[in-house]
Design a protein around this ligand. Structure first.
Ligand code: GLA
Length: 365
C-alpha cells in the first residue's frame, strides 16, 4: 500500500500504534464483570495522521484499499471506518474540537480471527489523537472510549477486555484483569512455556455470530438469580434453578472465572494447560460458541506432545485457537498441526510465534 507521504503529499504529524491480543483464559467473562487473562501479540496496528483544512476526514487503510471520506455529520459507509468515526464522535461529545484529518492505517493484526484487530485500531487511533491534541486521557480512559466506540458505532455489545489489553498489555506478560474494578496485574507466563496461536481458517463475524445473544442470555440469568452480574455467583449449585440454556451459559461463566483465578496464582504449565483444556470444553458444551473445525483443531493441538493445553480464543464461532507449548517448541508443534489440517483440506495457519507466521504463507487481513 502507498505510504502517507505518497497518498497525501506530506509527512504525518503523529504516528501511534497498538497491539492485537490473545486471550489465554477468561472467555465471555468480561461482560459478566469477571476475570480475564490476555496478553499482547507482536502484530500491531499503526495510525499516521495529520490535520487538514475543511471538514472532511480522509482515511486510507490496508483493510479497505481505497480512500474513505466522511465528516462528523456524514458517517462512512465502510464498517471498518466506523471504529475511527466512533472514536471521533465520542471525543466530540466530550467537548473536544477535533480538526479534519488525513489518516493512514496499516496493520498486520489478523482480522476476524479473535485477536482484536478492532481494539488495536481504536487504541492506536486514540493514542494518536491524544498526542496530536494533548488530550487528558490515561490508558484506561482510552480503553473505555474504544469499547464505547465499538458498542455504539460498530454494533457489538462487547466487554472491556480487548481495549484494556490493547492499551495496557505487553508481549512479555499476562494481564490479569478484574473487569469490574479494572484492577490489574502483569503476571509472568508459566515457566518453560511459550504460546502458539493457530487460525482455524473458519471466518467469524462477532455481530452476526450470536455474541450479543449470549450477552442477553447472561443478563436474563442475572435477572432470574437476582444478582448484578454473574461474577457475583461463585457456587455453581446456585444455578440449579435456572432454565436451560441459561443454566449452562451461567455455569460456563462461573467455572471460567474460577479457572482464571486459579491460573493467576501462577500455577505450573501443566496445570495451566489443563485449565485451558477445561475452558475449551466449557465453551463448547456449556456456552456453545465453538464450531466443529475449532474442536478438531483444538483436539489436534491437545494431542501434540509439545502442547500443555489448548482452547479456542476470542468470541468463538470460528477464528483462532491458542495453545501453551513447551518452550522452544511452539513453531514446530504449530507446523505439524497446521500441516495435518491442510492435508484434510482445512486452511489453518500459524499466527504466533510471529516468525513462524511470516514463513507460513500470506498474512491475513
Ligand atoms: C470479544 C469481545 C470481548 C470478549 C470476548 C470473549 O473479543 O470484544 O469483550 O467478550 O469476545 O471473551
Amino acid at each position: 500500500m502507498k505510504s502517507f507521504l505518497q497518498v497525501f503529499g506530506h509527512e504525518p504529524q503523529i504516528v501511534a500504534d497498538a497491539p492485537g491480543r490473545v486471550n489465554l483464559l477468561g472467555e465471555h467473562t468480561d461482560y459478566n464483570d469477571g476475570f480475564v487473562l490476555p496478553t499482547a501479540i507482536g502484530q500491531r496496528t499503526r495510525v499516521a495522521l495529520a490535520t487538514t483544512t475543511g471538514e472532511r476526514f480522509t482515511l486510507l487503510s490496508t483493510r479497505i484499499g481505497h480512500p474513505v471520506s466522511f465528516t462528523l455529520d456524514d458517517p462512512p459507509a465502510e464498517h471498518h471506518a466506523s471504529y475511527v468515526f466512533g472514536c471521533l464522535k465520542l471525543l466530540q461529545a466530550r467537548g473536544v474540537r477535533v480538526p479534519a484529518l488525513n489518516l493512514h492505517v496499516s496493520s498486520d493484526v489478523p482480522m476476524g480471527v479473535g485477536l482484536s484487530s478492532s481494539a488495536a485500531l481504536e487504541v492506536a487511533f486514540l493514542r494518536a489523537l491524544r498526542a496530536l491534541l494533548s488530550l487528558d486521557l490515561d490508558d484506561v480512559a482510552i480503553a473505555r472510549l474504544g469499547q464505547r466506540a465499538e458498542i455504539e458505532f460498530a454494533g457489538v455489545n462487547c466487554g472491556i477486555m480487548d481495549q484494556m489489553a490493547a492499551s495496557l498489555a505487553d508481549e512479555g506478560s499476562m494481564l490479569f484483569l478484574d473487569t469490574r474494578t479494572l484492577e490489574r496485574r502483569l503476571l509472568p507466563f508459566p515457566p518453560n512455556a511459550e504460546l502458539l496461536v493457530v487460525d482455524s481458517g473458519v471466518p467469524r463475524s462477532l455481530a452476526e455470530s450470536g455474541y450479543n445473544r449470549r450477552r442477553a442470555e447472561c443478563e436474563e440469568a442475572c435477572r432470574l438469580l437476582g444478582v448484578a452480574a454473574l461474577r457475583d455467583v461463585t457456587d455453581p449449585a446456585a444455578l440449579d434453578g435456572l432454565p436451560e440454556p441459561l443454566q449452562r451459559r451461567a455455569r460456563h461463566v462461573v467455572s471460567e472465572n474460577a479457572r482464571v483465578l486459579e491460573a493467576a496464582q501462577q500455577v505450573d504449565p501443566g496445570r495451566f494447560g489443563m485449565l485451558m483444556d477445561e475452558s475449551h470444553a466449557s465453551l463448547r458444551d456449556d456456552y456453545e460458541v465453538s464450531v466443529p473445525e475449532l474442536d478438531r483443531l483444538v483436539a489436534a493441538l491437545q494431542g501434540h506432545g509439545a502442547v500443555y493445553g489448548a482452547r479456542l480464543t476470542g468470541a468463538g464461532f470460528g477464528g483462532a485457537c491458542v495453545a501453551l507449548c513447551h518452550r522452544g517448541q511452539a513453531a514446530v508443534a504449530g507446523r505439524e498441526v497446521v500441516d495435518g489440517c491442510r492435508r484434510s483440506g482445512v486452511a489453518a495457519a500459524i499466527l504466533v510465534p510471529a516468525a513462524a507466521a511470516s514463513s507460513d504463507g500470506p498474512a491475513h487481513g
